[in-house]
Design a protein around this ligand. Structure first.
Ligand SMILES: [Zn+2]
Length: 242
C-alpha cells in the first residue's frame, strides 16, 4: 500500500519520486551461521570466515573523475571572478557545476547500491552478525584515517545492517569500541600491548601460542566471539525476565 509520494530534484536536474510503502517483510530463515565483521583500512570489511571485501574499484575511479571536474569548476570560478562576472551569469561555470553534481550523484548511487547488496547478503547468510561500535566521527578527525573511513561509508553500512537485521529477524550485535579486537590473539586470548601492534603491522605471530594472525581476520574472529557471548547473555537475560 502506498502511503505517500515525494518528488525531489537533484542538483544535476534529475527528478526522483520516493514512495512510502507499507509492506510486510517476511523474516528470513535461520541458517546456523554467524559472522564477525571488522572495518578494514585497505579493504572495506574483513569477515571472520577470512573473506576480505575490497572497496569497489569503480568508486575510486569516479572519485578521481570528481576531483578532475572540481578542478575545472574552480578554474571557471576564478575566470568569472577575474572578469568581474557573477557566477549565475557565467554559462561555462554553470555547465561545469551540473557536471560535478552528476559525478557526485553517480558516486552516491553506486556506493549505496554496493552497501545495500553487501548488507543484505550478510543478513541473509547469517543469524548473528557482530560488528564494532565505532565512533566514526571521532575517527574522521584523525586525518590519516579520514579518507579511508569516510570513503568506506561505515556508518551508512551499519545503519543498513541494523534495520535489515530487524526486518529479517536476524541479530546485529555491536561490540564496545574499546574492546581490543586487534590486539587479542583469537587462538589463545594473549593480549599484545599497543606498542607491540602499530597500525602498519598487517600480520603477527602470537608470542604465546605461535598462531600466525592476519591483523583484520584475527580482529573479526574476536568480534564474532565477543558478539556471540553478548548475544547469549542478552537471550538468557530476556528469558530470565519472562
Ligand atoms: Zn595466541
Amino acid at each position: 500500500m502506498i502511503k505517500s509520494a515525494t518528488i525531489s530534484r537533484t542538483p544535476s536536474g534529475k527528478y526522483y519520486v520516493s514512495l512510502l510503502v507499507e509492506t510486510v517483510v517476511e523474516p528470513l530463515s535461520k541458517i546456523r551461521s554467524n559472522i564477525g565483521i571488522d572495518l578494514g583500512l585497505t579493504d572495506f570489511i574483513v569477515l571472520s570466515d577470512s573473506t576480505k571485501v575490497a572497496n569497489p574499484k569503480f568508486l575510486s575511479k569516479l572519485q578521481h573523475k570528481l576531483a578532475r571536474e572540481q578542478k575545472i569548476l574552480a578554474k571557471r570560478r576564478a575566470v568569472a571572478k577575474a572578469d568581474q562576472r557573477k557566477l549565475s551569469d557565467s554559462r561555462n561555470y554553470q555547465k561545469q557545476k551540473i557536471k560535478v553534481a552528476k559525478v557526485y550523484e553517480r558516486i552516491t548511487n553506486c556506493r549505496k547500491d554496493f552497501l545495500h547488496k553487501l548488507s543484505f547478503n550478510l543478513i541473509k547468510n547469517h543469524d548473528v552478525i557482530a560488528i564494532e561500535d565505532l565512533n566514526v566521527k571521532g575517527m574522521v578527525k584523525n586525518k590519516k584515517l579520514a579518507k579511508a573511513i569516510s570513503d568506506s561509508s561505515w556508518s551508512t553500512f551499519t545503519t543498513m545492517l541494523n534495520y535489515k537485521a530487524e526486518w529479517y529477524g536476524k541479530k546485529l550485535v555491536k561490540i564496545d569500541r574499546w574492546y581490543p579486537s586487534s590486539k587479542t590473539c583469537s587462538g589463545c586470548g594473549h593480549l599484545l600491548t599497543k606498542a607491540e601492534l602499530p597500525l602498519q603491522v598487517r600480520s603477527w605471530n602470537c608470542p604465546s601460542c605461535l598462531q600466525s594472525n592476519d591483523r583484520d581476520i584475527n580482529a573479526s574472529i574476536n568480534i564474532l566471539n565477543e558478539g556471540l557471548k553478548l548475544a547469549t547473555l542478552k537471550t538468557v537475560g530476556a528469558t530470565g525476565l519472562a
